[in-house]
Design a protein around this ligand. Structure first.
Ligand SMILES: [Zn+2]
Length: 175
């Protein structure tokens, strides 16, 4: 790709630099390689997944939409259980659906959530889900979108959400 083409493409990319979690190292952030319309599409899909969220106990509904490198989207919702520990988060639902269908290369995930499905705040992934992301994603390039709406969202790299994370690399498997 020529420099000119690269610059043209870069101009279409979403790159938000603000956000409490990313302020401290914003000058070292890698370019975020995701187009804004893709970002909005993922958020729409995540919001759409809220309706399937099964949360009779907490009422806290979460939806996720995971984008593979070959541009397929896998949706997920959280699924609670009367015995609590089998409860599964929306993010892991999306990952496990994708992995169970042979996908192992991922670009981005959008996550939304709130009590009764009302998105009053950004819903960030729990530690367990961050660890699952570490298993399948390059922490420097995988994008996590935390959204309240299609127009109100923050973008992070996985590395920002799980600094010094333990992953396949630590066991000398490439990722
Ligand atoms: Zn989780």
């Amino acid at each position: 790709m020529s420099n000119e083409n690269q610059n043209a493409e870069l101009n279409q990319l979403v790159c938000r630099e603000q956000g409490e979690l990313i302020q401290k190292n914003s000058d070292q952030r890698p370019a975020i390689l995701l187009k804004e319309d893709t970002c909005k599409q993922l958020i729409r899909e995540a919001i759409n997944s809220l309706k399937y969220s099964y949360t009779p106990y907490s009422g806290f509904k979460v939806g996720a939409a995971l984008l593979t490198n070959d541009l397929k989207i896998y949706n997920g919702c959280n699924i609670e259980n009367a015995s609590f520990t089998p409860t599964n988060c929306a993010e892991r639902t999306a990952f496990f659906k994708a992995v169970s269908e042979g996908k192992k290369d991922f670009k981005a995930i959008a996550i939304v959530g709130g009590k009764d499905g009302i998105l009053t705040d950004y819903c960030s992934p729990c530690g367990v889900c961050r660890q699952v992301m570490m298993e399948f994603c390059n922490p420097k390039t995988f994008i996590v979108i935390l959204a309240k709406s299609e127009d109100d969202y923050w973008i992070y790299t996985l590395e920002e959400l799980i600094p010094l994370g333990f992953g396949p690399k630590n066991l000398t498997l490439d990722k």
